[in-house]
Design a binder for this molecule. Structure first.
Ligand code: AMP
Ligand code: MG
Length: 393
């Protein structure tokens, strides 16, 4: 199996759990809400007394506050003033919102006919979550909503999958680290920063291994180190057929190549396989060097693979559809990703234009883009007004 999900789990505080993946179902120890309660400020009464044709007059005999229940007895023809979140007094099942009823005396209200049904504006015990039921299921991402839900159960910690360890290094003799002086033919290492951001945004632990020269011995050492420390290794550069492209050769020597070259653009030379070192082994994503190709292959391939390794069972973000406002030249037989800017037109439809120069070294276009236009494998040139798939960034 190429993508083995991490098995270890740990218990973390809810505050620290954001972006992590649950390692088991979270069973609720309580009902949420714990009692029937009012959804509105108004008056609680017995709704079975409602009559479609006739207004209902009631005497107000007390007040129920949130956190301070009304303990008294309520008889026929009586109601209790109630605040949002207050426990429903015994025997009462319906709330008339304050603004829907008339005060007819200091302690009497009238509810107009035909406005309400039995049970209106009452929240039922356990209607959000039932005691003993799974509030979150295994493999779910802990979002802000899920963190709040956990807190609503009164549970301070949650069991999550261990963070995935992802090692990254850039390769290339021409790659300068920040702080180094410029020299002819050299470029600063941008991939290290985009990949670090992408990996960390997924909630993985980044093992930053800097830049490695295009030298077989140095590369072999880096791969072996990474395979020991990490679950996954990501590299950039050195996977095309240039003379100094060693990554694939290393994979052959130190592990297995699963596949190399894929029918996508940019990103064609991506290589995927494993590096083995004794009992340790890590999956390797050898991404091309071009900065846009790095980001596109990460989003299209590496991200779903890492999520699977993180034990995450959530469905990927769906593609949207937008009308293209320009001709998008495309050859069938590969999937093409163009950088796009999606807006909504007056008719409420999504429209997309490209960011212009689609060179795979033009990283500024990735900054401008709010979407990737995905031109699918069998598709050919898209004409103005055609619908195309877009992956919102
Ligand atoms: P390669 O895949 O090694 O042939 O590199 C393709 C192109 O991407 C070359 O122009 C490299 O200079 C450039 N490149 C490779 N790695 C990086 C990097 N880490 N940061 C910025 N550009 C890079
Ligand atoms: Mg290179």
């Amino acid at each position: 199996l190429l993508l083995e999900p991490v098995q270890d789990s740990e218990s973390v505080d809810i505050f620290a759990a954001l972006g992590r993946v649950t390692s088991q179902d979270v069973i609720s120890p309580i009902n949420v809400p714990p009692h029937d309660n009012s959804a509105m400020d108004g008056y609680a009464f017995d709704g079975t007394a409602l009559n479609k044709m006739q207004a209902l007059s009631l005497k107000v005999v007390g007040t129920a506050l949130a956190g301070k229940a009304w303990q008294g007895q309520v008889h026929e023809g009586e109601c209790v003033k109630i605040m949002t979140g207050a426990i429903m007094p015994q025997g009462l099942n319906t709330v008339v919102p304050q603004e829907l009823c008339k005060m007819t005396a200091e302690d009497a209200i009238e509810i107009p006919a035909g406005l309400l049904q039995v049970g209106d504006n009452r929240r039922l015990c356990g209607e959000d979550i039932m005691q003993g039921k799974a509030a979150l299921s295994k493999g779910g991402l802990i979002t802000p909503a899920a963190a709040g839900l956990l807190a609503s159960l009164g549970v301070p910690t949650v069991s999550v999958v261990r963070r995935l360890r992802v090692a990254y290094f850039s390769t290339g003799d021409e790659i300068l680290s920040l702080g180094e002086s410029p020299r002819e033919g050299a470029v600063y290492d941008s991939n290290r920063y985009t990949v670090a951001g992408l990996v960390q945004a997924l909630g993985c632990e980044l093992i930053d291994m800097g830049v490695v020269r295009d030298e077989p011995a140095a590369l072999a050492q880096a791969f072996v180190d990474a395979a020991v420390k990490a679950d996954a290794i990501i590299t950039s550069g050195g996977v095309s057929v240039g003379e100094a492209d060693y990554t694939k050769a290393m994979m052959k020597k130190l592990g297995d190549v699963a596949f190399w070259k894929i029918a996508m653009r940019p990103g064609r030379p991506m290589a995927v396989g494993r590096i083995n070192q004794g009992k340790q082994s890590a999956i390797l994503f050898g991404l091309p060097g071009n900065p846009v190709a790095v980001m596109v292959t990460f989003l299209a391939f590496v991200k779903p693979a890492l999520l699977q390794m993180m034990g995450c069972t959530e469905l990927p973000q769906p593609l949207a559809r937008a009308r293209t406002r320009e001709v998008l030249r495309k050859k069938p037989g590969r999937t093409e990703y163009q950088r796009g800017i999606v807006t909504r037109n007056k008719e409420g439809e999504l429209e997309v234009i490209t960011t212009g120069n689609q060179g795979s070294g033009v990283l500024s276009s990735m900054v401008q883009a709010n979407a990737l236009i995905v031109l699918q494998h069998t598709q050919s040139t898209a004409q103005i007004g055609d619908w195309v798939d877009v992956l919102m960034l």
